[in-house]
Design a protein around this ligand. Structure first.
Ligand code: CP
Length: 311
């Protein structure tokens, strides 16, 4: 079957069909050699990517920039609200219109849910959501799926535990929605009571074939999973710091817990204290590979949306 990619904007993984995901994963596999061998291709020569990062980022921003440069395109942009004219009172809509004039696609990170969607309604170039508050992080999900497929061999029949901050963690929201498109998936959700998966995501899952189960402790599910997907407790999204301090460090994975298990450990990063560094030099560690996979996956995304939507 010929796969196509239907979307102009990448706002929510809920807009994807399975063939859209498979299209990007297949393209990423084709581009991986260029990414890993530090080579370049002329696929996006003469194109400019606008990076509008209102909220901090290391991996997402730098890997988008690397991906664009590997395709011989160029990047422009800002790394915080404070370094743009938003700090002088310019609206987000006007700022986006400026970027539309200067670039072929926009990548947006913002602390408020819905900002990428709002921008996609006011510009004509493709818009990519690089994380909107506690909402979605669709390109992270694509690289998570790419990593699962490479390491486990398939996404169908997966047993995965999502651990940590399931309330505010946008990566686990997007990943849960994406897994609905695959067959025979079971998700274990391990979180403190205060940070459970939002009801709206559970309702999305209820309408699919995905089976899910909530659990309190990693030890209860560790023997049943192919993937332990650990997340950071998102300190910056708590209204009251005391609420954060009460649950900080609730889940920590270490080497001893993993010994003899048949699983991989993933994490979207940044890590604070939820994976002990003694896991880093074990076969279980796939979180650094996952971060490196961002480059071929984001190359595939940029190549596809920019070439499909010439200015
Ligand atoms: N995974 C991720 O989104 O990391 P950054 O916040 O560093 O971009």
């Amino acid at each position: 079957m010929i796969k196509i990619f239907r979307l102009k904007n990448i706002i929510s993984i809920k807009d994807f069909e399975r063939q859209d995901i498979e299209y990007i994963l297949d393209e990423a596999a084709k581009l991986e050699d260029i990414a890993k061998s530090r080579e370049f291709s002329d696929e996006l020569k003469g194109k400019i990517l606008g990076l509008m990062f209102f909220e901090p980022s290391t991996r997402t921003r730098i890997s988008f920039e690397t991906a664009m440069k590997r395709l011989n395109g160029q990047c422009i942009g800002f790394t915080s609200s404070g370094s743009s004219s938003v700090s002088k009172g310019e609206s987000i809509a006007d700022t986006a219109k400026m970027f539309e004039g200067y670039s072929d696609a926009l990548v947006i990170r913002h602390e408020l849910e819905g900002v990428s969607k709002f921008i996609s309604d006011v510009v004509n170039v493709p818009v990519i959501n690089a994380g909107d508050g506690a909402g979605q992080h669709p390109t992270q999900t694509l690289l998570d799926l790419y990593t699962i497929k490479k390491e486990i061999g398939q996404i169908d029949n997966l047993k995965i535990a999502l651990v940590g901050d399931l309330k505010f963690g946008r990566t686990v929201h997007s990943l849960s929605n994406a897994l609905c498109l695959f067959d025979n998936v079971k998700i274990y959700m391990v979180s403190p009571p205060e940070l459970k998966m939002p009801q709206e995501i559970l309702i999305d899952l209820d309408n699919t074939n995905v089976e899910y189960e909530e659990a309190d402790k990693i030890e209860d599910i560790i023997d049943d999973v192919d993937v332990l997907y650990i997340t950071r407790i998102q300190k910056e999204r708590f209204g009251d710091i005391d609420d954060y301090l009460k649950i900080k460090g609730a889940y920590v994975v270490n080497k001893k817990m993993l010994e003899g298990k048949d699983l991989i450990v993933m994490h979207p990063l940044p890590r604070v204290d939820e994976i002990d560094t003694d896991v880093d030099n074990t076969k279980y560690n796939k979180y650094f590979t996952q971060a490196a996979n961002a480059v071929p996956v984001r190359m595939a995304i940029l190549k596809t949306v920019i070439k499909n939507n010439p200015k």
